[in-house]
Design a protein around this ligand. Structure first.
Ligand code: COA
Length: 321
């Protein structure tokens, strides 16, 4: 038994921000950003929230799957930038879309969060607890990005993507792996609220995203091909049998490095990072939805979804569309 993706949806904030606009904030240039990352623009929230973007993406995923909200049994929202400590974004989505019969909770594995949530849904269905799930990756990273740090603020964007999955007899997800390395937690981090109560007060650190770009870059280029190969082996499929590698949209050079190491032509690696930047846990379902709506995903097609992020975390999923 496995799960199959039956519908996809996505949502972006209305405000698109070009590289030129970023040059007004920090010492950088459109040319530098494009050359080093491939990014030309991103969408930035002017009021949209993790929950509102996730809700819009979930409604579209349900419409696409021709399912109604009250049929949904599990809602998972992957996010590392929620507005609230409580209620969680998934419960806000549940309320917003009217999915009164679902259990709902959030999950944080940073940019690999959507894959970890997909794997969690798979485990729930496999064990017979639920028959279906609505899974969103949603981020408003613009509130944790340091807009004075040119090393990070050029990279990230806000947005959400979602999929509706259901139990299936054959096909669907064929192989899955996920890994974490807590020893490398400092490479990409963002502190939350620091401890402060009537009995203790810790001097606050600057609570913005901090990153060692080079370290992340080499982690992704070394680790992701291995992770993908591991998932392919589990699925019993060769690199050459994969039509599309839907990778986390962090940096075009990282994607090129991964394709070279795997020995797969770059035509099999679609991207949208040019327009949306790195949207963390939203990036894989956002791209998947764009491909689905363009009619580029055909039944029986073999796909690999793979991503990496803070933690450090990484994962790969092999599936038949
Ligand atoms: N504009 C202009 N110059 C910049 C800049 C910017 N936005 N950001 C950094 N620089 C400068 C640096 O200060 C440095 O200058 P120096 O040589 O005078 O010290 C120079 O450019 C090279 O910096 P470096 O960090 O070595 O650049 P890089 O080629 O590694 O590119 C990243 C930087 C961030 C684009 C790249 O490391 C990267 O994409 N890493 C992965 C990050 C990522 O994907 N994170 C999310 C993971 S989920």
């Amino acid at each position: 038994m496995s799960i199959r993706i039956l519908g996809t949806g996505s949502a972006l904030p209305e405000r698109a921000v070009t590289n030129e606009e970023i040059t007004e904030l920090v010492d950088t240039s459109d040319e530098w950003i494009r050359e080093r990352t491939g990014i030309a623009g991103r969408h930035i929230s002017t009021g949209e929230t993790v929950a509102s973007l996730a809700s819009r993406a979930c409604v579209l995923a349900l419409e696409n799957a021709r399912k109604s909200a009250d049929e949904v049994e599990l809602i998972l929202v992957a996010t590392c930038s929620p507005e609230n400590v409580a209620p969680c974004a998934a419960c806000q989505v549940q309320k917003e879309i009217g999915a009164g019969n679902a259990a709902a909770f959030d999950l944080n594995a940073a940019c690999a969060g959507f894959l970890f949530a997909l794997h969690t849904a798979w485990a729930y269905v496999e064990s017979g607890i639920y028959r279906n799930a609505l899974i969103a990756g949603s981020e408003v990273l613009s509130k944790i990005v340091d807009w004075e740090d040119r090393g990070t603020c050029i990279l990230f964007g806000d947005g959400a993507g979602a999929v509706y999955v259901e139990k299936c007899g054959d096909g669907g997800i064929l192989g899955f792996v996920q890994h974490s390395d807590g020893n490398k937690g400092d490479v990409l981090s963002c502190v939350g609220r620091t401890l402060e109560n009537p009995f203790f007060r810790r001097i606050s650190e600057k609570n913005y995203l901090k990153m060692d770009g080079r370290e992340i870059f080499s982690f992704a280029v070394r680790q992701i091909p291995k992770t993908i190969e591991e998932a392919l082996e589990k699925a019993g499929i060769a690199v050459g049998d994969v039509e599309l590698f839907v990778l986390h949209q962090a940096n075009r050079r990282i994607i090129e490095g991964i394709s070279k190491r795997l020995g797969a032509d770059e035509v099999h690696f679609p991207t949208n990072l040019e327009r949306v930047g790195n949207t963390s846990s939203a990036s894989i379902p956002l791209l998947l939805d764009e491909l689905n709506r363009k009619g580029e995903l055909k039944p029986g097609m073999r796909l690999v979804l793979s991503g990496f992020g803070a933690g450090l975390t990484c994962g790969a999923c092999v599936l038949e569309w």
